[in-house]
Write a protein that binds this ligand. Sequence first.
Ligand code: 0YR
Ligand code: MG
Length: 365
Amino acid sequence: MKITKVESFILHVPLNPPITDAINAPTHWGVTGVRIFTDEGITGYGYTGTTAFGDKMITDTIDLYYAPELMGKDPFMVKDIWDKLRFGKMHWIGRAGITHMALAAVDIALWDIMSKAAEKPLWQYLGGHKSKGIKAYNTNGGWLNWSKDRLLKDITSYVEEGFTGVKMKVGNSNSREDYDRVKAVRKEIGDDILLMIDVNQMWNINTAMTWGKKLEEFDLYWLEEPLNPDDILNHKKLADELNIPIALGEHVYTKYAFRDYIHQGAVEYVQVDVTRVGGITEWLQVAGLAASYDLPIVPHVGDMGQVHQHLVASTQNSPMLEYIPWIRHIFEEPVIVEGGYYKLPELPGASTTIIDKYFEKYRVK
Ligand code: 0YR
Ligand code: MG
């Protein structure tokens, strides 16, 4: 098989209504990536996720530097291709960040092609693990811009739908307000539902230590991204001192950075995101690394779950997956969660194929 054409794309899918967390206020989700065409008529789709900013820097990387390297190559040589792109022309200015997200998009498209050619859903192509579906937790009721009423109403409605885990945002400028909201949610949902809180990096070590201690009484399943993601040392302090496990990974770009977090005991739920590390190839390496430390992988869904459902369904140390249903309607085989479980995909590939109608509708030219 040979690659015959590489075509980047940017889609901006509107969020109704717009949401906020402590650092972002997206009105759209950016589905930014690449279609890779082959001489056997199989087309691979791969993308990363953005808050609809910076997309063109990602597609420029694909168009100017990755596409020429891909032409004529055999998609089944994905790991060889990965090494060449990673250590190619962009290495000097982009070992992480924009270029790595571009690499993720390319890599996902290649795995999509391979599993389509094998006529298997990716999770089976990788070696299946969870035959009964994947436990989901819901992030979509807990946004920072939700009023307290809406927060309680939405989170309760997800619990009634069958979710046994929910996440809410904190990181308000007034931490007392965070405390009151968490208290109200815990009271509303009772003790049996897993409750996670996500700071989206907004705290410093002192705030995290003080308010982390106060929040321990609510039996939180994890504390997510309390600090700047480069600050391994202070995450380690929190992991040692707090009675709430530390979760992070959505802004960690490489297996080396994960190694340092994991080896130093500074992360307890590994949220490696396939759209931010360099795709499936590197995600699998991080999953293996975490397995050797007996740590659970609970990915952040920069892809809104389309690819991650396959990865979780084929990874022994991955017990649960985040659910945010923002972009599912654009895909040929959208993620489906029923009764708190992701249904396993059946079509060949990585569930990344986008319906032409939506491809045109949301495309940024
Ligand atoms: C918006 N999940 C997250 C959204 C969410 C972010 O920026 O992407 O809040 O992905 O942190 O854990
Ligand atoms: Mg998060």
